[in-house]
Write a protein that binds this ligand. Structure first.
Ligand code: XMP
Length: 521
């Protein structure tokens, strides 16, 4: 396998992806992982990612110099080249002007890394600092107008580096370079597949768990479902899936989750009917944060009540994925993606209770997790499920939550999903892309706490409006309202008013994030 040492959240991810796309298994570790930890992972190659820092900044991320003594080929990109240079005795200086975007590159002399690429080619640059003097034993293998060391290598020690970014598509020969490194230099074989990965993940879980019991909070979302499916294959009924039904899920969702994890997968499935307890707790609560707090706290109450009544539980399985780790790490360290696993603190274990964690997805990205889910046989409606907030429909009902409002929102939301699922499916057929430019990323109905006058038949109505929210986004950090065709909007509006009693009006939220958020509360 290939270990990518990550010097900044954006970069390591992409490199690990590119390597896996070439059918070589790759994992990410934080840049300051000790050489002993890296050696223990027995990598066949190490890649040092780029990163936003300057090597001379006071808190600049460092690499354990022992990494270069492991006898494992190392390849560095951008910051990775600079840190390789300074660690091995070279120097890095500021270039007069930065170099950003496409740059013409000229090769110099022999290079194993740049083999089978043109003498003159375009590469993608993004830097201000650059190596000014290479460490002893290194040769310069390419330059640009601005950058005197666009790439360098020391073939005897199998150390290679580029100032440019071979991992981005804007470096047309980047894939060739990465292939040169993986296959010619490191002698790896392109034989990694998702199915093979499942087998080894299943083996790992089995070996770790032995005869013990594992418990999992199953939400029905992609991540927890994939972990459940993996554990089901590995340990079957030694897994207890706790599904806390707070009554705030979308129409038919609890039934679907129960169906999948009782009929298709052979696990111990506990359906906790907490609907009435939640209804009581939320009665009359209108403040959004208070709703969230109540729902979150009660969730762990319900979960640990079951956990403590389930004998012999040693492990808690979680669907943590790589971006979750990066997010919590980045938050703590102000950008550098290094504090792995700080999010673990978020589980509020009750006094005297502790389970070890099993997090089989913590090196993967969402789309890879989806691919795993498909390979494990999970149905499409789980694998391609939209994000859905933990507090559920409670934060899509403005004001206090009541059974009547929940009923209205569930029915309206079901229509929104049905129509926009179909719309997305049509786009998918036309473009072959699941997230094409115009497809909706997340869509749902919101029920505000007002009424308005309408006329239905010859009758005056005084009923509720539904707000349609549909956004385009890639990561939920920013979003734009979806420019849905009028006929799609008209169908949704017509159906909701006709089919959902108590609704006489539909409005469309045409606000982006920022300044709004995707959810209403
Ligand atoms: P906002 O409303 O902040 O939402 O723009 C961004 C994304 O996060 C989802 N969301 C949540 N997901 N627990 C979750 O697991 C939550 O409490 C929560 N609140 C918002 C939201 O649906 C959107 O995709």
């Amino acid at each position: 396998k290939v270990i990518v040492l990550d010097f900044g959240a954006q970069y390591g991810q992409l490199i690990a992806r590119r390597v896996r796309d070439l059918h070589v298994y790759s994992e990410i570790l934080p840049c300051d992982a000790p050489a002993s930890e890296i050696a223990a992972a027995q990598p066949s190659a190490i890649i040092l990612s780029g990163g936003p820092a300057s090597v001379y900044a006071e808190d600049a991320p460092k690499v354990d110099p022992g990494v270069f003594e492991l006898g494992v080929p190392v390849l560095g990109f951008c910051y990775g080249q600079q840190i390789m240079a300074t660690t091995l005795g070279g120097t890095v200086g500021h270039t007069e002007k930065g170099e950003y975007g496409a740059a013409p590159l000229t090769r110099k002399g022999e290079s194993r890394l740049l083999a089978n690429t043109p003498e003159e080619q375009t590469v993608w640059m993004s830097h201000r600092d650059a190596v000014s003097q290479v460490p002893e034993g290194f040769t310069i293998t390419s330059v640009t107008d601005t950058c005197p060391v666009a790439s360098m290598e020391c073939a005897e020690r199998n150390l290679y580096a580029t100032q440019f970014h071979p991992e981005v598509r804007h470096t047309p020969n980047g894939n060739q370079m990465l292939s040169n490194f993986l296959f010619d230099i490191c002698g790896l074989e392109a034989n990694w597949t998702m199915e093979g990965l499942i087998d080894s993940m299943v083996e790992d879980i089995r070996a770790k768990v032995g005869n013990d019991r594992v418990i999992l909070a199953l939400s029905g979302g992609v991540d927890s479902s994939v972990v459940a499916a993996l554990c089901a294959r590995a340990i079957g009924k030694q897994l207890t899936c706790v599904f806390v039904n707070h009554g705030l899920l979308r129409k038919n969702e609890p039934e679907q989750v129960e169906e999948v994890f009782t009929k298709q997968f052979d696990v111990d499935f506990v359906h906790v009917h907490a609907e009435e307890r939640y209804a009581k707790l939320l009665d009359g609560v209108t403040e959004p944060e208070q709703k969230r707090r109540i729902i979150g706290t009660q969730f762990w109450e319900e979960f640990f009540t079951v956990a403590q009544h389930t004998g012999g539980v040693k492990y808690l399985a979680q669907g943590t994925i790589y971006p979750d780790i990066i997010e919590s790490g980045a938050r703590k360290t102000g950008g550098k993606a290094s504090t792995i696993k700080s999010h673990h603190n978020l589980i509020p274990f009750p006094e005297g209770v502790h389970f070890d964690l099993i997090e089989p997805l913590d090196h993967f990205f969402k789309d890879e997790v989806r691919a795993l889910g498909t390979a494990l046989g999970l149905p499409d409606y789980i694998v391609h499920r939209q994000p859905f907030p933990g507090p559920g429909l409670a934060i899509r009902i403005i004001g206090s939550v009541s059974p009547e409002k929940l009923e209205i929102l569930k029915n309206a939301d079901a229509i929104v999903r049905e129509e926009l699922d179909a719309y997305n499916a049509r786009l998918f057929e036309e473009t072959g892309e699941r997230n094409s430019e115009h497809s909706c990323w997340q869509y749902f109905a919101v029920l505000p706490d007002i009424r308005s006058v309408g006329v239905m038949g010859d009758e005056r109505t005084y009923a509720r409006p539904i707000i349609l929210r549909a956004v385009e986004s890639s990561d939920a950090m920013t979003a734009d309202w979806a420019k849905l065709p009028y006929d799609v909007l008209a169908r949704i509006s017509g159906r909701i008013v006709a089919e959902v009693p108590g609704v006489n009006r539909v409005a469309y939220d045409i606000t982006s994030k920022p300044p709004a958020t995707i959810e209403w509360e």
